[in-house]
Design a protein around this ligand. Structure first.
Ligand SMILES: *Cc1c(COP(=O)(O)O)cnc(C)c1O
Length: 234
């Protein structure tokens, strides 16, 4: 849910205001419908007092990297703001599938068969089905999670047919030290070919480029919340 401009709190955090304006400009530049790109505010490492003003400013979609960390802050925030959408955008261990299915509305990091199996089992057991995206290792980097681009089609098919999972989109993190545009273009092409509506791509440093290449969601952390100490898992 997005608020109109005059519903908005006057004290909208500066970072959020600026990111919203930049997304709007990038949509316009790309000839895309205003509001067609969803902003996912990445709140990892930040606590409730930092997150609350962003909620009060009308932001409703948030991304977290770690199940444990998210469990520590979001149940309470969700009581105050019941209409939020919480996304898991970091790696998920199969032994946390249960908690992830309970807490998250979206899991954007489905990246291996074993995890698909565990999620299917939990979804069945809990009768609660987060929306799912497959993470693609778009730069084929050995240290990065995700399905290689050439195997994505087969993996999505297996998720559907072997595990009965509905996959709504793809997510990627391009190589850190290369121009991201070709990687965004490749993810969009893969999603097109598979008829998947959601493309989650683009972060603080490159979200405008992602919008130009067809992102339907951008995941922005530091440009909204400010810098954060480096994470061990990054
Ligand atoms: C941390 C993170 C982001 C946001 O990164 P920023 O550079 O702070 O915008 C986006 N996606 C994923 C998967 C992340 O881990």
């Amino acid at each position: 849910m997005t608020m109109t401009d005059d519903q908005r709190d006057e004290a909208t955090p500066a970072g959020l205001d600026e990111v919203r304006a930049r997304i709007r400009a990038a949509e316009e530049e790309a000839g895309r419908e205003p509001g067609s790109v969803t902003l996912v505010a990445v709140s990892k490492t930040f606590e409730a007092p930092d997150i609350r003003p962003v909620l009060q400013a009308g932001q409703r979609v948030f991304g977290e990297n770690r199940v444990q960390e998210a469990m520590g802050k979001w149940p309470e925030l969700r009581e105050e703001f019941p209409d939020i959408e919480l996304q898991l955008i970091g790696p998920l261990q199969t032994n946390k599938a249960k908690e992830a299915v309970t807490l998250f509305d979206v899991i954007s990091s489905v990246d291996r068969e074993k995890l698909a199996g565990s999620l299917a089992k939990e979804i069945e057991k809990q009768g609660r089905a987060p929306r799912l995206r497959v993470q693609v290792n778009i730069g084929e980097e050995p240290q990065k999670a995700g399905i290689p681009p050439a195997e994505t089609e087969e993996f999505v098919r297996r998720c559907r047919e072997e595990h009965g999972l509905e996959i709504e989109g793809l997510m990627c993190i391009p190589p850190f030290d290369e121009a991201p545009a070709p990687f965004f273009a490749l993810l969009a092409k893969l999603a097109d070919r598979l008829d998947l509506p959601v493309r989650s791509m683009g972060m603080s440093g490159d979200f405008e480029i992602a919008v130009a290449h067809g992102a339907t969601e951008v995941r922005v952390g530091s440009a909204i919340f400010g810098g954060r100490p480096p994470l061990k898992s990054d």
